[in-house]
Design a protein around this ligand. Structure first.
Ligand SMILES: Nc1ncnc2c1ncn2[C@@H]1O[C@H](COP(=O)(O)OP(=O)(O)OP(=O)(O)O)[C@@H](O)[C@H]1O
Ligand SMILES: [Mg+2]
Length: 610
């Protein structure tokens, strides 16, 4: 749950301590680790009965859809205003723009082909080929201008992720209308951007066609693609909902199984319809951040996102260990566990920061964990599994051993809804219990260090320093350098936490320096243990493979014996000849020789048969 402050409240904080007491508090719904469950696996039929019953796909609906389509065809298309920012640019584009004769021709040809008979279309196509040849010599294919949107369909557009390096590069060249810049792009401009090479002569000022195309994409499309335009019903069709695993301020998270691939995922659905609301941008922000950051081991992995009934749905990796918040409900973490937590989260943060992005909502509820290597498997209840059953590859005992090991936990940073770029910060404050003072005072000059503060106070809480105050003198003390010492922690660890929570952002260590801090380099006891476990696993695998190999050798020997018994028994003469020719063939070292010998042997056999 986030406890956010409005600008007004923030200014009051700096003036009066007591004002923070006016903030609302709410009770977090505790997330729970998934309990073991049994699945009845079944083969997926592509024409499943359930789906036939899906109202969206019922014939009635299809008829309706068809009618709608027909009606839509009759209606004039929505004229989206996609004109370039100023008329001068439009004037320049008249001659040296994507709307060269080639694209106009292509466009008209496509249109005509709808009306022409087959023969006329074929004639037109051959004419087109000649013209193509001419244009190949003179000019590269160019895209339709982005501002020509009379013919643009929603399916031809896509959002521009503002967190990708390309978009940041293009964005820095010239600012766009909105905070994130333009947020959608035209398919042809995108294709041109992807196909362009750095040495492209079309490159323009920078001599790089890619940069130019990217800039064009960013400068010309002024509107974000509305969620309505990507509404595709998909959740029920593709996923089987298992349980609700968490509820936050923004979304409800379901544990689901993908019907096709059979893997478990966490699907976060926005609580309210976001399309067209003020939450739309926040929802898209989370998707953009996930798409850019979801490939690190210590950041929750992202698979896909879509809109349904105006809700945003995000399909993420399912973290079977639940949130850190749920974990500390049982007991606080000791120093060795804290070191592992710090090592993992700082790696994730280092990765996020290396992309010039900041998380802005680091807290125990947003740090998840995975517990064992078989988490992704849909294992039936271990008691139900028969030893030596068909699927038992002999590794179950090994995995069971690993499962019991505390050290195999991997912490991952999740909930990327507040991620923003340090170059163009758009700060939506996270939970005020974890935010440093400067953020509430709207000082965004060192956002990296805001994440470091949040991680520092998170460590303080999970080590036993919580529950954290939401306001009042205690809240201020923690931000004024008066961090109480945690008795269960070493002096060094207490000092590191205090340093991470330093009132002056510049005095807090960076994610890089924490990563190489002596406290973490001493965590080799953990990595040795992990290495030891991995070694054990590999050894066991090796043993299993050796057994299989031995078994296979035995079988081969048996077969050989049978063959020789058969050969030595009372076989007819021609049979012996065949066998001899066969063994000779097998012994021939060169393939070419074997070919000729084969012929020879075959001839001999033919003669023998005569
Ligand atoms: N990938 C996941 N694997 C397991 N549990 C998850 C996952 N994602 C979310 N959860 C659970 O759901 C809860 C809510 O998720 P999340 O923090 O993403 O929602 P939110 O609405 O954005 O929260 P906030 O109130 O912080 O804005 C988490 O605290 C966690 O318990
Ligand atoms: Mg959250």
């Amino acid at each position: 749950m986030a406890f956010r402050l409005s600008k007004h409240e923030t200014s009051v904080i700096s003036a009066e301590d007591t004002s923070l007491e006016q903030l609302d508090s709410s009770v977090e719904m505790q997330s729970r680790s998934p309990s073991p469950f049994v699945f009845n696996p079944r083969k997926l039929r592509f024409a499943d009965d359930d789906f036939d019953k899906d109202p969206l796909e019922s014939p009635q609906n299809n008829n309706n859809n068809n009618n709608n389509n027909i009606n839509n065809k009759k209606k004039p298309q929505r004229d989206v205003d996609m004109s370039p920012p100023c008329q001068k640019v439009r004037a320049l584009r008249l001659f040296n723009t994507p709307a060269t004769p080639k694209t106009i021709l292509q466009k008209s040809t496509t249109n005509f082909s709808n009306h022409l008979s087959g023969a006329a279309a074929a004639a037109n196509a051959s004419k087109h080929q000649v013209e193509d040849h001419i244009f190949k010599l003179s000019d590269r294919p160019r895209s339709l201008p982005l501002h020509n949107h009379r013919s643009m369909q929603p399916q031809d557009t896509a959002n521009v992720n503002p967190f990708t390096p390309d978009s940041l590069m293009a964005h820095n060249k010239k600012r766009c209308r909105t905070q994130f810049g333009c947020e959608n792009l035209n398919l042809s401009a995108m294709q041109r951007f992807l196909l362009s090479e750095p040495s492209d002569e079309d490159g323009g000022h920078d001599g790089a066609g890619g940069i130019d195309a990217a800039r064009e994409i960013h400068q010309q499309a002024p509107k974000r693609l509305a969620l309505h335009d990507t509404n595709i019903s998909r959740f029920k069709r593709e996923f089987m909902q298992v349980s609700v695993i968490g509820v936050g301020e923004f979304g409800v998270v379901f544990q689901c199984v993908n019907r096709l691939d059979g893997c478990i995922y966490a699907i976060k659905k926005s609580k309210k319809p976001v399309a067209g609301s003020s939450f739309e941008k926040r929802a898209l922000n989370e998707v953009w951040a996930h798409a850019v950051l979801g490939k690190h081991d210590n950041v929750v992995r992202y698979y896909s996102a879509w809109a349904e009934d105006d809700h945003m749905l995000i399909q993420n990796e399912f973290c079977d260990g639940g949130s850190l918040h749920a974990r500390i409900q049982e007991h606080c973490l000791g120093e060795s566990e804290l070191k592992i937590l710090l090592m993992h989260v700082i790696e994730g943060l280092r990765y996020i920061h290396s992309n010039d992005l900041v998380h802005m909502d680091i807290k125990p509820e947003n740090i998840f964990s995975t517990m064992n290597p078989t988490a992704h498997k849909l294992c039936p209840n271990p008691q139900q599994q028969q030893p030596g059953s068909k699927d038992d590859d002999g590794m179950d005992s090994v995995y069971e051993e690993l499962r019991r090991s505390e050290n195999l936990v991997t912490y991952k940073i999740g909930d990327l809804g507040h991620v923003t770029s340090v170059n163009e910060p758009h700060v939506e404050e996270g939970d005020c219990r974890y935010l440093p003072k400067e953020i509430l005072q709207e000082d965004y000059s060192n956002l990296f260090k805001a994440d470091i503060f949040s991680l520092g106070i998170t460590l303080f809480e999970v080590a036993g320093g919580g529950p954290l105050p939401k306001n009042g003198p205690e809240w201020h003390k923690l931000r004024n350098g008066e961090v109480p010492t945690i008795p269960t922690l070493s002096k060094d660890f207490n000092e590191l936490i205090a340093q991470m929570m330093h009132p002056e952002p510049n005095n807090r260590p960076s994610s890089m320096s924490i990563y190489s801090h002596p406290i973490l380099s001493a965590v080799d006891s953990k990595s040795k243990l992990q290495l030891g476990l991995e070694l054990t696993v590999e050894k066991r695998k090796n043993e299993i493979l050796m057994n299989k190999l031995r078994e296979a050798k035995k079988q081969i020997k048996l077969l050989e014996q049978r063959v020789s018994v058969l050969a030595s028994s009372s076989e007819p003469l021609d049979g012996q000849r065949c066998l001899r020719s066969f063994t000779r063939r097998m012994r021939t070292p060169f393939a070419s020789h074997a070919k000729f010998n084969n012929l020879g042997d075959r001839n001999k056999n033919v003669i023998a048969n005569f």
